[in-house]
Design a protein around this ligand. Structure first.
Ligand SMILES: Cc1ncc(COP(=O)(O)O)c(C=O)c1O
Length: 387
């Protein structure tokens, strides 16, 4: 029966020719997924088990990104979330219940800390913060109800490298799980599962994306039990990720190796040069002996990336440290590191008694893909201005 043109707008017989083969992966968008029959309709999140059922659980684009991250991290399965912070909250919601104790290092990404201190506490979870350098002594802060130990290595801003195998061994003795924010290593320079971690998360926003133009996160698990828990919580919290952003992340993966190699080289060279400057008391780069936990970096990591911190000598005022950041030209001021543009952010630990005593003198640098000599000149001209 001939159909009205308005119906044809929705149900058309016109199609593009088939057979297009491209190097660029297709972007599959979609909420509705079609079923072959009434009886086949189901709302199961595990699309590896039952096939595609609903866009919330991932389109082929989302699941391809998940599979690629999982392959790089040597995991069992990966979930993609709308951002790194979403991955953090999803892990917590998946594993914790009222009455459990969670352990969080003082060096954790600040919104992760706040999620524990402000949200989990409201849901009756006992939150204990620990020093990131604690190692096997983590057992001294375990309670009977310890369920989950967060790690981030190196830690945000203060860059302590953690003794993950020691923490994991202690946690596993009491049946607790270890979750690692593995964003700094891009899931590449630290093989989390080989070092005893049970669940990893990454802000794909950072190195996987690499161009500061989207937000995504990932959670990778080592076994099916964790896969089931996270999958169910992912469905119920509705953490759908945009397939368009996943396409950008898939593109980012193609250049990850060359970006990481260039960034590692520049960051190391600049960290070593900054360590020679009289204005700087301390360079907190995991590959330098001046960084707490450097011995664990040497033992456990296969390389470094581009974020590190510098601590100015004690006589520098907050105004001088801010002037150093403001006078930089190539280094821009802003959050979300790991893109191609170098960044500098000044922090103030004065209100954080549990963090190292760097006060207002700590500045975190993100090294991008600019020429090393130009970045060094930029740092030098700015250091000279505050002498
Ligand atoms: C270590 C770390 N984890 C997680 C996140 C959160 O990622 P997103 O910005 O994608 O939510 C960030 C963001 O800066 C981070 O630095």
């Amino acid at each position: 029966m001939p159909r009205n043109w308005k119906t044809k707008l929705i149900h058309s017989d016109a199609h593009a020719p088939e057979g297009f083969k491209s190097l660029a992966p297709a972007t599959y968008r979609g909420s509705t997924v079609l079923f072959p029959s009434a009886a086949a309709v189901q709302d199961t999140w595990d699309q590896h088990a039952v096939g595609y059922t609903y866009g919330l659980y991932g389109t082929p684009t989302t699941l391809e990104l998940a599979a690629r991250i999982c392959e790089l991290e040597n995991g069992y399965r990966t979930f993609i979330t709308p951002g790194g912070q979403a991955a953090i909250s999803l892990v917590n919601f998946a594993f914790l219940k009222a009455g459990d104790q969670i352990l969080v290092p003082e060096s954790i990404y600040y919104p992760n800390r706040k999620f524990s201190a402000e949200v989990l506490v409201r849901f009756g979870v006992e939150v204990t913060f620990y020093q990131p350098t604690i190692g096997a002594d983590i057992a001294t802060v375990f309670h009977k109800n310890t369920r989950l130990v967060w790690c981030e290595s190196p830690g945000s801003i203060s860059m302590e490298v953690q003794d993950i195998p020691a923490i994991a061994a202690a946690a596993h003795k009491i049946g607790a799980i270890v979750v690692l924010d593995n964003t700094w290593s891009a899931g590449i320079c630290f093989d989390a599962f080989a070092h005893g971690v049970d669940v990893t998360m990454q802000a794909l926003t950072k190195y996987v994306g690499g161009h500061s133009d989207f937000l995504l996160g990932s959670i990778t698990v080592r076994d099916d039990a964790a896969y089931q828990r996270i999958g169910s919580a992912h469905q119920l919290l509705g953490f759908a990720a945009s397939p368009d952003d996943c396409t950008l992340a898939l593109r980012g993966l193609k250049t990850l190796a060359v970006r990481l190699a260039a960034i590692e080289k520049s960051a190391l060279a600049l960290a070593q040069w900054l360590a020679t400057r009289t204005e700087i008391e301390l360079v907190l780069h995991p590959a330098l002996p001046s960084c707490p936990g450097h011995e664990f970096f040497k033992r456990d990591f296969t390389g470094s990336t581009g974020v590190f911190s510098i601590v100015f000598q004690k006589h520098f005022t907050k105004e001088q440290v801010h002037a150093f950041v403001n006078n930089l030209d190539l280094f821009k001021i802003g959050y979300s590191w790991a893109g191609v543009t170098s960044l500098a952010v000044a922090y103030d630990f004065d209100s954080r008694p549990d963090r190292p005593a760097y006060g207002h003198r700590i500045v975190r640098l993100n090294i991008g893909l600019e020429d090393i000599a130009d970045l060094q000149s930029d740092l030098e001209q700015s250091l000279q201005k505050i002498r």
